[in-house]
Design a protein around this ligand. Structure first.
Ligand code: KIV
Length: 267
């Protein structure tokens, strides 16, 4: 039977039907293949690759070329999921022409299905231009990690009225500009509920409570690959750091004691 691929209209129908949307990040072929086969709706090639793959403190250093490389790897593992790629810092903020050029590179060189960018009113022109070129755009509001130097920390956003009101305006503006969906990061659950109900496009939350139309987590966080990073909004489904470290220690001991390889593991 042919695989039914997820598209922007599938995601729209899921919101209408009240079916929650599942999204995880992926940065390489092997994990994309596993998550796709497990049935994930959306795979995000997030610029969190800068943190979890490259070891940087922020998402700012990752380049467009590096994002394209990760997206190319992910696309090779995908049959069904809808793949969204982050426009990295510096690849869209200057003006809408540069934003469109960066988006076209991602679509042409990776075969991904959509791009994501951070911001509200200030990126509305770019969203319009990218969407009119036929490229689906996912927005990202609330805590926008590319602006970490403006915020100064990764604390919950929009707790104060002024910022909450701006977010309510911004989500309408980016919906109007053509976004097919939006990530809401680290905002109060009740604000996420209000804005989710105020728009027709699906909202995908991370640290934004249960009223969003879907949820996203960074794969390393939900798999417990970095046991030191455990903010309250993460549910850790595995403790892979412990498992991987245990396997590595056992392998090292086996090599040192000449227990590996055995005769059966030799030619
Ligand atoms: O880059 C990323 O992983 C993201 C998620 C936090 C939504 O943007």
């Amino acid at each position: 039977m042919a695989i039914k691929k997820i598209t922007t209209s599938t995601l729209q129908k899921m919101k209408l039907n009240g079916e929650k949307i599942s999204m995880l990040t992926a940065y390489d072929f092997s994990f994309a293949r596993i998550f796709d086969a497990a049935g994930i709706d959306i795979l995000l090639v997030g610029d969190s690759a800068s943190n979890v793959m490259a070891g940087n403190e922020t998402t700012l250093p990752i380049t467009l070329e590096q994002m394209i490389y990760h997206a190319q790897c992910v696309m090779k593992g995908v049959n069904r999921s809808f793949v969204v790629v982050d426009l990295p810092f510096g690849s869209y903020q200057s003006n809408s022409e540069i934003a469109l050029a960066s988006s076209i590179r991602i679509m042409k060189e990776t075969g991904a299905h959509a791009i994501k960018l951070e911001g509200g009113e200030e990126v509305a022109e770019s969203i319009k231009r990218i969407v009119s070129a036929g490229i689906p755009v996912m927005g990202h509001l609330g805590l926008t990690p590319q602006s970490i130097n403006k915020f100064g920390s990764y604390i919950v956003r929009a707790k104060e009225d002024a910022e909450a009101e701006k977010l309510k305006r911004d989500i309408k503006i980016i919906e109007e500009a053509g976004c097919f969906s939006v990530v809401l990061e680290k905002i109060p659950a009740l604000l996420a509920k209000v804005v989710t109900e105020s728009v027709h496009i699906p909202t995908i939350g991370i640290g934004a409570g249960k009223y969003c139309d879907g949820q996203v987590l960074v794969m390393h966080d939900m798999l417990g690959i970095n046991s030191e990073f455990k903010p309250r909004f993460i549910r850790q489904y595995q403790e892979l750091e412990t498992l991987i470290s245990g396997a590595a220690k056992e392998y090292i001991a086996n090599v040192k004691s000449n227990d590996f390889p055995s005769d059966g593991e030799s030619y």
